[in-house]
Write a protein that binds this ligand. Sequence first.
Ligand SMILES: NC(=O)c1ccc[n+]([C@@H]2O[C@H](COP(=O)([O-])OP(=O)(O)OC[C@H]3O[C@@H](n4cnc5c(N)ncnc54)[C@H](OP(=O)(O)O)[C@@H]3O)[C@@H](O)[C@H]2O)c1
Length: 296
Amino acid sequence: MKAIQFNSYGDAEKLNLVDVPAPMPQSGEILIRVAAADVNPIDWKIRSGLMEGMIPVDFPAGMGGDAAGTVIALGEGVAGVAVGDSVFGVGRSTYAEEAVLTSWAPVPEGVSVEESAGWGAAVETAVRVLDQLGLSAGQTVLISGASGGVGTAVVQIAVGRGISVVGTASAPNQDYLASLGATPVVYGDGLAARVAAAAPSGVDGALHISGDGVLPELIEIVGDPSRVLSISDFAALELGAQVSAAASDHRKAWAEAAALPAFRLPVERRFTLAEAGAAQEHSAAGHAAGKTVILP
Ligand SMILES: NC(=O)c1ccc[n+]([C@@H]2O[C@H](COP(=O)([O-])OP(=O)(O)OC[C@H]3O[C@@H](n4cnc5c(N)ncnc54)[C@H](OP(=O)(O)O)[C@@H]3O)[C@@H](O)[C@H]2O)c1
């Protein structure tokens, strides 16, 4: 089968389209024929070597963690899913024609298989960070970087919980953000004044998804560093803010999103397997509104 591998850390040209034997699902795992593999920032961060200290790889290494497709084999002890079922989930080396999933769920009703490929890490992260911040209905959260993959999921989950959202995005993504249920504001100089106008009673917490150097301003806006949480800048700890990195309960998170009738993670760009490098460069540019997928 065709798959993407890389033999050393570096830029997108390190990604090679190769022929490899199909993987075997181990105990508790399933094998799928991949219909769509999601492209997450963590993918190009791993490829570039940025994550070497936290997530080292053995070369040649596969690429990708999220995918959706059709079940073609079950590992030992797997129950509740059958060959032929359409599923999405998280696993390993998902930029490939076939991939192993370690956690999965049926493709939600009304969601395309392609779109569900983006649910894996984004939805789990969204639910995890809202749980960790501990906000409840009636409160307000400020989200920096609210229009991307994780942001799109967090905004909808928060609104579904009755939490008001003020979200930041670039000018072209303001309408998109509003369509998700957030009050949109543009990021950049003067953020505090725009947030104050959007949330005159103040905000109860802030999520830092994206935005280099904005953490001190988020802390000032909230008024308490312990109510600010970053998923992309672990130096937040030095400022007294929280960070979150370890995945929690995927299935519980996916079920919460699936229970929201209008929940969507729109696919913004599609690439072929041979275009995996271009797909990662698109993700690394950092301005996706929704998800980027690879269709093998
Ligand atoms: N720790 C964890 O568990 C975890 C889990 C998942 C992701 N992450 C990290 O979270 C980050 C975002 O992931 P993602 O999948 O949402 O990425 P993404 O889909 O590429 O979205 C990036 C978002 O950042 C926004 N952005 C760009 N420049 C900005 C700025 N100066 N200020 C504020 N926002 C800005 C973009 O908005 P515009 O397009 O409007 O500019 C876009 O919506 C990545 O660093 C990723 O590695 C961490």
